[in-house]
Design a protein around this ligand. Structure first.
Ligand SMILES: *Cc1c(COP(=O)(O)O)cnc(C)c1O
Length: 376
């Protein structure tokens, strides 16, 4: 059996090595290292893939979120609602900009933003919502967009874990994750579903005015060379990464299919095992399985299970062990603990098994057997 790795970037690289190596050498030879033709080509190809008018590449996913919020012209103290159960980058950028993070509970089954909790959290100071497409699927975007419309709020999608996922509206129209709200922010960190070999990110929008603003902000608030109309940042995708991303984008649907196939094989392997709940697929979204996250039944000793798996050479991770509202950096002490039953349950019971594009049936059955052997 192949060695089990939490993410197998090496195995994936080996299959596209010739293409990638040639593309990297060609960037070296062109010496257009930043904002060169590769970046423009990647931008256009990703726009095409996503069916979105503007893709603005930037330095990483956290920047993409921050720049998106900056482009909305919010004022200090304005409230931005996001999930209590997500990676810290989402809430970090809200706090960094002097905005107020308002954290809401998620759904127990799909683990993404709970629309009822969202509705309850809206106040006259709420200005934006950041739904997070956690683990690879969209929250109920149709309902979230309706709430946003009713209250005149911006929606910035955090699609760092769900590039390529597709959402279907009640009328049958479909849109790609990150192209539904006013803005979408994604990451090309190596382990993400579309990952480069370093850092990278991008912002998506269909709104020409927001796209213009974002293009200025990523470049020092400069809309005309050496005229700085506002305080911006320096956040760029370099050409080597863009060249690699162009190649990987051509394989993205096939990578997604490999992840989905691995998830289905796990599901089958866990059939009949009452101690684990396999990932629930959201009703209106495809799942691109950035993570395959189990919920363990009460009574299963998660730490001991992870130690058991580790002794067999199987990595398993807890995404995420602490709700954001209880993280030292973000604990404002002004939340009502009774409002987060699902997040509080999930931080105790989730466990992600390894998931990537290079998994095979032998590995999956070995892993699932090791879990079942422990939980009985
Ligand atoms: C990875 C990730 C980010 C941040 O992306 P970076 O490129 O690492 O800055 C933001 N949000 C979520 C949900 C993520 O998983």
């Amino acid at each position: 059996m192949k060695e089990i790795r939490m993410v197998d970037l090496r195995g994936q690289y080996e299959k596209i090595k010739n293409e990638v190596d040639a593309a990297v050498v060609s960037v070296m030879e062109s010496s257009a290292f930043v904002n060169g033709p590769e970046v423009n080509a990647f931008q256009a190809e990703l726009q095409d893939y996503l069916g979105v008018k503007h893709v603005i590449p930037c330095g990483n996913g956290t920047d993409a979120l921050q720049i998106s919020l900056m482009s909305l012209g919010l004022k200090k103290g304005d409230e931005v609602i996001t999930s209590d159960f997500t990676f810290a980058a989402t809430v970090e950028v809200i706090a960094l900009l002097g905005l107020k993070q308002v954290l809401v509970d998620v759904c127990k089954d799909t683990m993404v933003m709970n629309v009822e909790a969202l509705k309850k959290a809206i106040t006259p100071r709420t200005k934006a919502i950041i739904p997070v497409h956690l683990f690879g699927q969209c929250p109920d975007m149709e309902a979230i967009m309706a709430v946003a419309k009713e209250h005149n709020l911006y929606v910035v999608e955090d699609t760092a874990q769900a590039i390529g996922a597709q959402y279907t509206f009640a009328d049958g129209t479909t849109k790609k994750a990150g192209t539904i709200g006013n803005l979408g922010a994604t990451s090309f960190f190596p382990s993400k579903n579309l990952g480069c070999y370093g850092d990278g990110g991008a912002i998506f929008t269909n709104d020409d005015a927001l796209a213009h603003r974002v293009r200025g902000i990523v470049n020092h608030g400069m809309y005309r060379r050496y005229y700085h109309d506002e305080i911006g940042v320096n956040s760029r995708l370099d050409s080597v990464q863009a060249a690699i991303l162009r190649i990987k984008l051509r394989h993205l649907d096939q990578y997604t299919a490999a992840r989905q196939k691995a998830a289905d094989m796990y599901d089958i392997a866990f059939k009949g095992c009452s101690k684990v709940t396999v990932p629930t697929r959201a009703k209106n979204s495809t799942h691109v399985f950035h993570q395959y996250t189990l919920q363990l039944a009460q009574g299963v000793d998660r730490d001991a299970l992870i130690a058991h798996l580790s002794s067999k050479g199987i990595p398993a991770m807890i995404y995420y062990p602490v709700p954001l509202r209880k993280q030292k950096a973000y604990d404002t002490h002004d939340y009502d603990d009774t409002q987060y039953p699902n997040t509080d349950y999930l931080v105790r019971s989730v466990m992600s098994l390894h998931m990537h594009t290079e998994l095979d049936a032998e590995q999956i059955n070995y892993i699932a057997d090791a879990v079942k052997e422990f939980v009985k």
